[in-house]
Write a protein that binds this ligand. Structure first.
Ligand code: HEM
Length: 265
């Protein structure tokens, strides 16, 4: 009988053999830059996984009335977002012709089909039934998205936190349909102005949420610019109008009330 070797090594802890076998260029050749393209996308998906893990943590901490720890976790999320934006610089070293050398091999594949990106949007309140419907019924992605679709958003967790802190959040906001977009509310804005003036702890969370909104918008903007410089206004492999579609996703605030109050402070 052989005794199993119980020792943990760097390679087996990280499942390196499996991890390093997962980058499989499709182009015959293979085209030099395709490996970079695959690695960058895989790294993004890993960061998306970590972001979802941390976003869930923020909501749990807010529900548990632990605002300082929630702020700390938000800071980590923002730091990851900065890395996500910075990674686009690497991809921008790829010229349009280098990308075209293997683009046809992507067929209909596109970041458009990243369910984890859609999950992040859903947690942040940008829910879309149409985006969910693009994933096959009962697939891992669809099940995860359906769960996120029904779940309260980060903004809802924050409103409940405000109510527990004694702010007069109207009941209609606390029992709102969480599948619908957050619309600006004068009542919530009055509460936020009040909190900014007298409550440093809540103001701190608000500022980190604005950072998050800005950080996410920054990724969208940089990605859209990168797409335009790489493929111009050609349609995307995912079937959209490409850069023209991506432009329509810019300039939308995730937490509109936090933006509305700026001119009143
Ligand atoms: C040369 C590099 C890239 C090009 C040319 C490109 C192109 C595009 C295009 C044209 C779209 C619009 C949807 C469609 O395909 O029809 C799109 C969407 C998207 N891409 Fe990229 N992309 C690139 C890199 C990346 C990277 C590295 C990521 C990271 C995961 C990414 C994630 C996304 C996401 C999440 C969407 C959906 C955005 C939305 O619907 O708001 N892309 N991309």
């Amino acid at each position: 009988m052989t005794t199993p070797n119980p020792s943990v090594t760097y390679a087996n802890y990280l499942q390196l053999e499996e991890l390093l076998s997962l980058q499989q260029p499709r182009a015959e050749g293979p085209e030099h830059d395709e490996l970079l393209f695959i690695v960058i996308h895989q790294v993004y998906e890993l960061w998306f996984k970590e972001l979802l893990h941390e976003l869930d943590r923020v909501a749990t901490l807010l529900r548990g009335d632990q605002p300082h720890r929630a702020q700390h976790t938000l800071k980590r999320i923002l730091t990851i977002l900065k890395v996500l934006v910075a990674q686009l610089d690497i991809l921008e070293t790829m010229t349009p012709l280098e990308f075209l050398s293997f683009r046809s091999r992507l067929e209909a594949a596109s970041g458009f089909q990243s369910d984890q990106f859609r999950q992040i949007e859903f947690v942040l309140g940008a829910k879309s039934e149409a985006a969910m419907a693009r994933f096959a019924s009962n697939s891992r992605a669809r099940v995860a998205l359906e769960r996120r679709y029904r779940e309260a958003t980060l903004w809802d967790a924050f409103l409940h936190y405000l109510a527990r802190e004694g702010y007069p959040v109207p009941a209609a906001h606390l029992s709102r349909d969480v599948t619908t977009p957050v619309t600006p509310s004068p009542e919530i804005q009055d509460i936020l102005v009040d909190a900014y003036r007298k409550d440093a702890k809540t103001q701190g969370i608000c500022e980190r949420l604005v950072d998050l909104d800005e950080g996410f918008a920054e990724w969208r903007y940089r990605h859209a610019r990168m797409v335009e410089r790489t493929i111009g206004v050609k349609p995307g492999t995912g079937g959209s109008a490409g850069a023209t579609y991506l432009r329509t996703t810019l300039g939308q605030n995730l937490f509109p009330d936090l933006w509305e109050i700026r001119s009143r402070l």
